[in-house]
Write a protein that binds this ligand. Structure first.
Ligand code: ZN
Length: 177
């Protein structure tokens, strides 16, 4: 997790231990009973770690979330059916729905016609069988996020860190403030 407790990604146990060893991250939860041995040391394997310094993933990712710029990025074409439209009849779709943890970031937003947006509803593109025409990085973002949530099913200690209901609102108030 980021220093702000925002989930970032899943890393291997050795990678997590290296980050903690270098004091880049601190351990929040241990993977109970699981240890890693080196020739000289025995380490408790962490399950949740948090970076000690904030990294600004919003500046690393494309921070454009302005509606017109997303439409322009997608060439005013519905990214599900390919229909070309205008700013008046196209909508923005959260690839991973907001209700399921999808963020309002450029990587999680695509241009969709109203029909496709309604049809997709509260589902991922995979669940709706509506593959994206382009923008695989956006698709990847959605999948990564979903993978985190699925992993959480097997790791109850992750849950309290993953389901931050108001994360989007906080983010938006920060970015507009
Ligand atoms: Zn469409």
């Amino acid at each position: 997790m980021n220093a702000t407790y925002e989930p970032l990604s899943v890393v291997t146990a050795p990678k997590a231990l290296t980050l903690v060893w270098r004091q880049v991250a601190e351990v929040l939860e241990l993977d109970k009973g699981n240890i890693l041995r080196s020739p000289r040391f025995v380490f408790d394997v962490p399950s949740v770690i948090r970076l000690t310094h904030y990294i600004d993933i919003r500046s690393r990712q494309n921070r454009v979330t302005n509606r017109h710029r997303i439409l322009s990025r997608d060439h005013y074409r519905c990214q599900y059916c390919g229909l070309k439209g205008t700013v008046f009849d196209l909508t923005l779709d959260h690839i991973l729905p907001r209700s399921r943890g999808g963020r309002t970031l450029a990587e999680n937003l695509v241009t969709a016609c109203k029909d496709c947006n309604n049809r997709k509803g509260n589902r991922t593109p995979e669940e709706a069988r509506m593959p994206l025409l382009t923008n695989p990085s956006a698709l990847y973002y959605g999948l990564e996020r979903l993978a985190l949530q699925r992993s959480a099913d097997a790791r109850p200690e992750w849950r309290k860190y993953l389901f931050l209901d108001h994360a989007d609102e906080i983010e938006e108030s920060v970015s507009t403030g």
